[in-house]
Write a protein that binds this ligand. Structure first.
Ligand code: SFD
Ligand code: AMP
Length: 627
């Protein structure tokens, strides 16, 4: 076996990930841990300052309810999420986050985040729920608060440690194992409670950007499905694994469109100039009641655009020039004011990208795009798993104590595995949390996990023989390479192993062609899904044949395995749900209609660690009384 030192780290609470939700958890848990003499440890595969979805920054805070200004109520937000997710949301979780999210945003501002204000000192809204920010350093600000809180409570932060999977004592999660991405060290983290906040998953499906563009995607390429793998391996129940997210973005640079649609009130059109939201309005009746209410759900907005693409009317364009001209025209009688407004709009347009998707600005510059002169191409991206945005995949977690719901078996945000909490993209059916809501959910779970430790926490009973077994399996790709590398002249072509990149391409091909990826125009069917599952079996058989030359490739190999698991749960859940509910995310051609009588429910899945079998189930939707 490769020579790796085993490092043991003990704590009361282990937080996995140091993204938005985990930073929220660390900030809040540290406060309560300090009061109670408990130790918190946070661990991330990258560096907290620039890790996860917000690494490059963001240009807006997408969840702010604005209760203090009387702008909206928490119940309004519950209605909004119900509508956007075609009726399928855990309203208790959405409500719980929404009632606390404003205080999180106020903390962000206190910590130094610049939120745009108008002349009257009020926040500038991008849309009803969204606030404009100067967000290039958003992640650094939130990371600083988490690191300070941890340090103040005597906690520890481990960076560049890749977490592979959970340590279990029966149904109780007692820690995690992983390895350093920089040194030959294997880590065994022991804890009385664990919070998983390691984000969603990308590159499960074949991306649009391949070849020299490989690695470009809307979602951060380093979130590989660790959260879902972790909770699945722990035997926890999952929900909405079929609800992937497909954002429409500026093509190839993946720049955001929210500011264009909401702030600049722009239209999107087909190549022949039609506004697909107007031309296909009749189609929305097929998706009533959701298709007929406002705002039209994100998947339906996608779908109407896809109808044009399917009809050969692509490319689609964002009418940036028209939108800018329309706003500036209000000043047309005053040439000086007009010029000033145009300059201001132009710089806002560029800042939107420079705050969060710098490569889109570079691409625009490279293609000589002037947004005020010419429209710009948009397209639907490949599918991603991001339960905190407009997707919904993640673990099935216990609801808040004070609401009378059928979803309570423990502490808020605890999964069905004892002592294991899930937050952000890791927790399901509570979409539209975004950055602020994910941090809020982290705070909620951080406080609850400390409560759990104080009331029910036990010394973690970690079987070190089992941990050693896991070490051997985790380092296997390095051993395999060493053992067989000299048998062939090309180290990447070998009958004994495959390289992580080759394995990834195989996974992506299966998902793309059978599970409704880009080249299948996001369509699938029972027959395709069943064939996809068959091929996944072969892929799984080969998953322990991956070889790695370095720590870098070892990371890639384990990211692949995590992706393979989220992929399988996705296929199985799409197969289970015999209807089409979210056209624009995926379309089941053999069950093309929404079927509220049978499928207005959650579809849950669980991998049973004892039998190795998958269990599928339906769960009722609880609707908030009076909302
Ligand atoms: O509008 C391991 N999001 C936006 N939210 C907003 O509020 N405003 C916006 O402007 C947003 N835009 C946006 C957004 C997301 C993305 C991808 C883009 C644009 C391109 C949503 C938020 O970013 C999102 O909701 C939160 O970030 C979710 O938080 P969380 O904690 O669930 O995920 P994370 O922040 O990505 O952090 C994950 C962390 O886990 C680490 N990690 N650590 C150890 N071991 C492993 N094996 C690990 N695997 C992953 C990561 O390094 C990371 O630190 S808009 O354009 O849509
Ligand atoms: P996006 O950049 O698409 O992620 O959008 C940012 C925010 O604006 C999210 O909350 C979206 O749901 C919302 N949004 C984007 N476009 C629209 C639209 N056309 N109508 C309503 N909401 C939108």
């Amino acid at each position: 076996m490769a020579d790796f030192k085993t490092v043991e780290v003990s704590s009361d609470l282990l937080i996995i990930g140091a993204g938005f939700s985990a930073c929220g958890a660390a900030t809040e848990a540290s406060y309560w841990a300090k009061k109670n003499g408990l130790k918190v440890v946070m661990v991330d595969k990258a560096a907290t300052d620039r890790s996860g979805a917000v690494a490059m920054g963001l240009s807006a805070i997408n969840q702010y309810v604005g209760v203090k200004d009387g702008e909206n109520t928490v119940e309004d937000y519950v209605r909004y999420v119900r509508q956007d997710l075609m009726g399928v949301s855990r309203e208790d979780l959405v409500y719980n986050i929404a009632r606390h999210v404003d205080s999180t945003v106020h903390l962000f501002e206190k910590w130094g985040l610049k939120i745009w204000k108008d002349e009257a000192g009020k926040y500038v809204h991008e849309g009803r729920w969204q606030l404009m920010i100067n967000g290039e350093s958003y992640k650094i600000i939130i990371a600083e608060a988490a690191k300070n809180a941890l340090a103040d409570a005597g906690g520890e932060l481990y960076e560049r440690v890749f977490i592979v999977g959970p340590l279990m004592d029966g149904n109780r999660c007692v820690g995690a194992v992983g390895f350093s991405t920089r040194e030959n060290q294997f880590y065994v983290f022991k804890a009385k409670a664990v919070i998983i906040g390691a984000g969603g998953a990308v590159h499960v499906f074949r991306p649009r950007s391949v070849g020299e563009g490989f690695g470009r995607s809307w979602y951060p390429p380093f979130n590989s499905g660790t959260s879902a793998y972790f909770t699945l391996q722990a035997g926890a129940e999952m929900t909405c694994q079929e609800v992937r997210f497909i954002p429409v973005r500026f093509k190839d640079g993946y720049g955001p469109v929210g500011a264009w649609f909401l702030l600049f009130q722009s239209r999107a059109i087909s190549a022949v100039g039609g506004d697909y939201m107007v031309e296909h309005v009749d189609e929305l009746e097929n998706w009533a009641p959701y298709g007929l209410a406002k705002p039209i759900p994100a998947n339906l907005r996608n779908y109407l655009g896809m109808m044009d693409v399917d009809a050969g009317l692509g490319p689609l364009y964002m009418e940036t020039d028209e939108a800018i001209q329309k706003i500036a025209n209000e000043y047309k009688d005053d040439p000086k004011a007009f010029k000033k407004k145009m300059k201001e709009l132009e710089s806002e347009a560029w800042e939107d990208f420079l705050d969060m998707t710098i490569s889109q600005a570079i691409l625009w510059a490279g293609l000589n795009v002037k947004p005020d002169e010419k429209h710009s191409e948009i397209a639907a991206c490949e599918p991603y798993f991001i339960g905190s945005h407009s997707g919904a995949s993640g673990a099935w977690v216990s609801g808040p104590e004070d609401l009378d719901t059928p979803y309570k078996w423990g502490y808020t945000n605890m999964t069905t595995a004892e002592g294991l909490f899930a937050v952000g993209d890791a927790s399901g059916a509570s979409s539209h949390k975004f950055s602020s809501g994910s941090h809020t959910e982290g705070r909620i779970a951080g406080k609850q996990a400390i409560k759990y430790i104080l009331e029910k926490g036990k010394e973690p009973n970690v079987d070190m023989a089992k941990a050693e077994e896991m070490k051997k399996a985790i380092l296997n790709p390095l051993d395999l390479f060493e053992q067989y590398k000299d048998e062939f002249t090309d180290p990447e072509v070998n009958t004994h192993y495959i390289m992580p990149r080759q394995f990834l391409h195989r996974l992506q091909k299966i998902m793309d062609e059978y599970a409704g990826g880009v080249t299948s125009a996001f369509k699938t069917s029972k027959a395709l899904l069943e064939r996809g599952l068959e091929l996944m079996e072969y892929l799984r058989e080969d998953s322990d044949k991956q070889a790695a030359r370095s720590l870098h490739e070892l990371t890639r190999a384990w990211e692949n395995i995590q992706r393979m698991w989220i992929a399988e749960s996705h296929i199985r859940t799409m197969l289970f749900r015999e209807e089409t509910r979210w056209p624009g995310y995926y379309f089941r051609a053999d069950t093309p209609k929404m079927d509220n009588d049978n499928w207005l429910c959650f579809c849950n899945c669980r991998w049973n660690p004892d039998s190795g079998e998958w269990e599928m189930s339906k769960k009722d939707i609880w609707t908030m009384p009076g909302v």
